[in-house]
Design a protein around this ligand. Structure first.
Ligand SMILES: *[C@@H]1O[C@H](CO)[C@@H](O)[C@H](O)[C@H]1NC(C)=O
Ligand SMILES: *[C@@H]1O[C@H](CO)[C@@H](O)[C@H](O)[C@H]1NC(C)=O
Ligand SMILES: *[C@@H]1O[C@H](CO)[C@@H](O)[C@H](O)[C@H]1NC(C)=O
Ligand SMILES: *[C@@H]1O[C@H](CO)[C@@H](O)[C@H](O)[C@H]1NC(C)=O
Ligand SMILES: *[C@@H]1O[C@H](CO)[C@@H](O)[C@H](O)[C@H]1NC(C)=O
Ligand SMILES: *[C@@H]1O[C@H](CO)[C@@H](O)[C@H](O)[C@H]1NC(C)=O
Ligand SMILES: *[C@@H]1O[C@H](CO)[C@@H](O)[C@H](O)[C@H]1NC(C)=O
Ligand SMILES: *[C@@H]1O[C@H](CO)[C@@H](O)[C@H](O)[C@H]1NC(C)=O
Length: 830
């Protein structure tokens, strides 16, 4: 007991010390910033202006840098008494939600001028998240010897070890994460004896094997971040004594197992992140002496069975993440003794058996994710028992993809107990049956999809509601008023009947509406035009009809995907579609549309050019909406979800199986960003446009079952990404050159064209001793391109266009932060 008290006290001392110095630094810079009573020093003002001259500032962030009063300029702070400039904060106003394009624009660029060294009294310097040109100058900052805070993270600097930073003996905070530095030795760090915070994440430290030795010499170090540093070894040291450490992040490395032996000396540790390592040792000893441990992140670390039993003794735990390891067996009852637990993630392991009743005793629990395991049995202890105190706290519950059975048949008279807690409930892909439960109006995110719930549906107030893939069978009642917060509604794959009620028009915040695979019939309600924010609409496989023009003409400027396949829509294709500047997926297949394909489709700008913005927009949409989009591409149905769209954006027009007539408008070839085009099974005539090659991202082209004619244009040979081509059942004529490697295509079909000759249709053409090349200028295809192995061509070509930004580390990390942000936003703080 005495020992524990002793350790606690020393930990408190450290913590208090650490917070105090943080407070000193922070308040020093708040009060001095923009103090009108202080006059700016002339020489420092001149230095700042010289610095500004060489900076490139596209969004004019330094516009306030004019006039005499430099202490009032944006980002500058002066000492109250002496008037010296002591703070320069030019951190780019970037946050994870910033669109890539804005991010570029908000960053400062250009050269960092020497004049900066004229600011001899500088305590605080933050240039993070900008991108300067003279990127090898990291050592330059070693001259600013009064610095206490230096943040250069994410700012494009490259080079070797910044030895000169050893001069910054006053430094308390150093953040040089996410730079491209080749660091072979960290000796220089050991001179920074006041250092309390160090972040070198995303630097390659695989050559700096003295990292542990150096960290061990920093007596005040309280927070250390070395995530994704390619750490796979360290020089052994006799004695590990950096016991003031409170936060340690070593995630995403290849740490050797011996690392965990010295963990027992880290007695003050409060937060430890070892996720994404390959841990083979049982970690038994590591946690023995960590009497302050509160936050433990161990996901994706190859941990095995005993781990959870072991951690049930660490009674101080508040957050525990063991997602995606190899932990098997039952969840131990002892988990109930972790009474402070607020956040528990055990998803993606092999947990089986029943949920322990003791979970119900965890009264502080706010976030519980047990998804993707093999749990079964009832959830009575968790949800049904109103005296179990977990229910009063829980905000987020995710039990997806378990085998938790039907409470109904077990204890609770035929239904899931009313869901009266939390703001996020995910019970998807289980075996729940019985009628829909009563659902509390506090729930913001509800996913009960893929169960066997039946009965009728009452409108519920929440932001995200997914009840798809159940057996809901009644009419949709016309009482969707008062749902002013609903953003995502998925009722797909049920047995709903009747019309879409006109009160859907009062869902003014709706962004995603999925009603696919039901028995809905009748006209679309005109009131749908009030849903101004719709981004995804999927009503496929119903019996709907009605006037699309009025709806599309009035709302839907945000529409990115419109999927109406397999309904009864008829009449001309509405002109209003052409005004949908963000439309990337248009699926009108299997309806009764007549008339011709609109020339103005060539103006669908989101398909004209595929760029970063389009990519980001669509990925974001599918992430927020959480529903994969089901489309027929290359002949089979695929679900497009975020994983696909991180790499590849889906752009698709499917007008197949209608009654369209006329020619294929040549304007369609403007769509340089289109990947899938299906015009099959109509009555189109005329030729394939000569410049079909302009659609240079086309992967799949299906023109089968029309009345098209003429020779296949030579230019089709330039479509290097094409891997599916179906021209069968038309009136094309001319030669099909022989090919031995058609199997590298997912499909290639020319049958049913009586004028085509050559393999694979006929052994040869009439008068066939002429070499193939001679036919070229008469418009025949040289099928050489068919031999190339299209998938390879596509990968090389696509990543040639999109690769550099997509693989750029900064961008990538921003992107993933963005997704994390989204998750956070949806699931709330826990
Ligand atoms: C600096 O000025 C601010 C307000 O102008 C004042 O509140 C603060 O106490 C001053 N600090 C010192 C150290 O004089
Ligand atoms: C450094 O700046 C980045 C933003 O550019 C920020 O996320 C990070 O927390 C800062 N580091 C410190 C130690 O304040
Ligand atoms: C830890 O021990 C080393 C010697 O092995 C010493 O140089 C260093 O100052 C010590 N660090 C602390 C924090 O006591
Ligand atoms: C860790 O705890 C064990 C006993 O539980 C003790 O023998 C050992 O000395 C402790 N190690 C440190 C570094 O405090
Ligand atoms: C309901 O919860 C209370 C408190 O946790 C517990 O004592 C009781 O045994 C539970 N009842 C059932 C049937 O699980
Ligand atoms: C496409 O847009 C341009 C410019 O907005 C316009 O001039 C042109 O007429 C449009 N084309 C069609 C076919 O609507
Ligand atoms: C084009 O549409 C038809 C009819 O809807 C379908 O059978 C065919 O598989 C589709 N082609 C491709 C390449 O997806
Ligand atoms: C090409 O289209 C025809 C008619 O739509 C279809 O019967 C055939 O299966 C398709 N060929 C391939 C390889 O998909």
């Amino acid at each position: 007991m005495g020992m524990i008290m002793g350790r606690k006290t020393s930990f408190l001392v450290v913590l208090v010390h650490w917070y105090l110095s943080l407070a000193t630094i922070l308040c020093m810079f708040t009060y001095c910033h923009g103090n009108p009573n202080v006059l700016c020093r002339k020489r420092e003002r001149a230095a700042l202006l010289t610095f500004k001259e060489s900076i490139v500032d596209p969004s004019n962030q330094l516009s306030s840098w004019i006039g005499e009063e430099c202490c009032m300029w944006k980002g500058i702070g002066c000492d109250n008494i002496t008037g010296h400039v002591i703070q320069l904060n030019l951190r780019s106003p970037y946050d994870p939600y910033t669109a890539y394009e804005d991010f570029e624009r908000l960053r400062l660029g250009g050269l960092v001028n020497d004049s900066l060294l004229g600011l001899k009294h500088l305590h605080y310097l933050d240039l993070s998240s900008n991108c300067f040109e003279d990127t090898t100058i990291l050592s330059f900052f070693g001259h600013l010897q009064n610095l206490r805070y230096l943040n250069l993270s994410h700012a494009c600097f490259v080079g070797g070890s910044p030895h000169q930073l050893a001069n910054l003996s006053n430094l308390h905070y150093l953040d040089i994460s996410d730079l491209s530095l080749q660091i072979d030795n960290l000796e220089w760090l050991s001179h920074l004896s006041l250092l309390e915070f160090l972040d070198m994440s995303y630097l390659n430290l695989s050559k700096a094997s003295n990292w542990l030795q150096v960290m061990n010499m920093l007596p005040s170090l309280a927070e250390l971040h070395l995530s994704a540093c390619e750490l796979d070894k360290y020089d052994p040291i006799p004695y590990v004594n950096f016991s003031s450490l409170v936060v340690l992040d070593l995630s995403s490395n290849w740490l050797p197992d011996s690392t965990f032996d010295w963990f027992q000396s880290l007695t003050s540790l409060v937060t430890l992140d070892l996720s994404e390592n390959y841990i083979q040792s049982p970690l038994q000893a590591a946690f023995q002496n960590m009497s302050c441990m509160r936050n433990l992140y161990l996901s994706y670390s190859n941990l095995s069975s005993t781990m959870l039993n072991l951690l049930c003794n660490v009674s101080t735990l508040e957050r525990l993440d063991l997602a995606y390891n190899n932990i098997q067996g039952v969840i131990p009852d002892a988990i109930g003794s972790l009474s402070r637990l607020r956040y528990l993630v055990l998803s993606g392991n092999g947990f089986e058996g029943k949920l322990p009743r003791s979970l119900g005793n965890l009264c502080n629990m706010q976030f519980l994710d047990l998804s993707d395991n093999k749990l079964w049995g009832d959830v009575y202890g968790l949800l049904g028992n109103s005296s179990a105190c977990i229910v009063g706290n829980l905000k987020h519950l995710d039990l997806t993809l378990n085998k938790l059975s039907d409470l109904a048949q077990n204890q609770i008279h035929g239904s899931i107990p009313s869901l009266s807690f939390g703001n996020t409930i995910i019970l998807a892909s289980n075996n729940f049956s019985g009628p829909l439960p009563l659902i509390s109006s506090r729930i913001r995110y509800l996913d009960l999809s893929n169960n066997s719930l039946h009965g009728s549906l009452s409108p519920l107030i929440c932001e995200h509601k997914d009840l798809s893939k159940n057996l809901l069978s009644e009419e949709l009642h016309d009482c969707w008023m008062n749902n002013s917060q609903l953003e995502v509604l998925n009722l797909g794959s049920n047995k709903l009947t009747g019309k879409i009620p006109s009160s859907f028009g009062s869902l003014s915040t709706l962004m995603s509406l999925s009603l696919y695979k039901n028995n809905l019939s009748g006209d679309l309600p005109l009131s749908l035009q009030n849903c101004q924010y719709l981004e995804i609409v999927d009503m496929s496989e119903n019996h709907l009809l009605g006037n699309l023009s009025i709806w599309l003409g009035h709302s839907s400027a945000n529409l990115a995907a419109l999927v109406l396949r397999s309904n009864r829509f008829h009449g001309n294709i509405p002109q209003e579609l052409c005004h949908l500047n963000l439309l990337q997926v248009m699926d009108l297949a299997h309806n009764k549309f007549t008339g011709s394909i609109l020339r103005c489709f060539g103006n669908l700008s989101a398909m004209v050019r595929l760029d970063q913005d389009t990519l980001a927009y669509f990925s974001e949409i599918l992430t927020v909406h959480g529903n994969p989009l089901s489309l027929v591409t290359k002949g089979t149905e695929h679900e497009y979800n975020t994983i696909d769209t991180i790499g590849l954006v889906t752009t698709s027009i499917d007008l197949s199986s209608n009654d369209l007539i006329g020619e294929i408008p040549k304007e369609l070839t403007n769509l340089n960003g289109l990947r899938y085009l299906n015009l099959s099974n109509n009555q189109l005539h005329g030729k394939i446009p000569d410049n079909i090659n302009a659609m240079n991202l086309l992967e799949s082209l299906d023109l089968s079952m029309n009345n098209l004619t003429g020779v296949i244009p030579q230019s089709i040979a330039n479509l290097t990404f094409l891997s599916y081509l179906n021209l069968s059942y038309n009136n094309f004529y001319g030669r099909i050159p022989s090919s031995t490697q058609l199997q590298s295509f997912s499909a290639l079909s020319f049958i049913g064209n009586h004028g085509l000759c050559g393999p694979p249709l006929t052994p040869n053409c009439v008068g066939d001793d002429t070499p193939l090349e001679l036919h070229q200028d008469s418009g025949w295809i040289d099928m050489k391109w068919f031999y190339m192995g299209m998938p390879f061509g596509f990968v090389v070509g696509f990543w040639g266009v999109f690769g550099p930004p997509a693989f750029n580390k900064a961008w990538r990390s921003a992107f993933f932060k963005f997704f994390n942000g989204i998750k956070y936003k949806l699931f709330g703080d826990a």
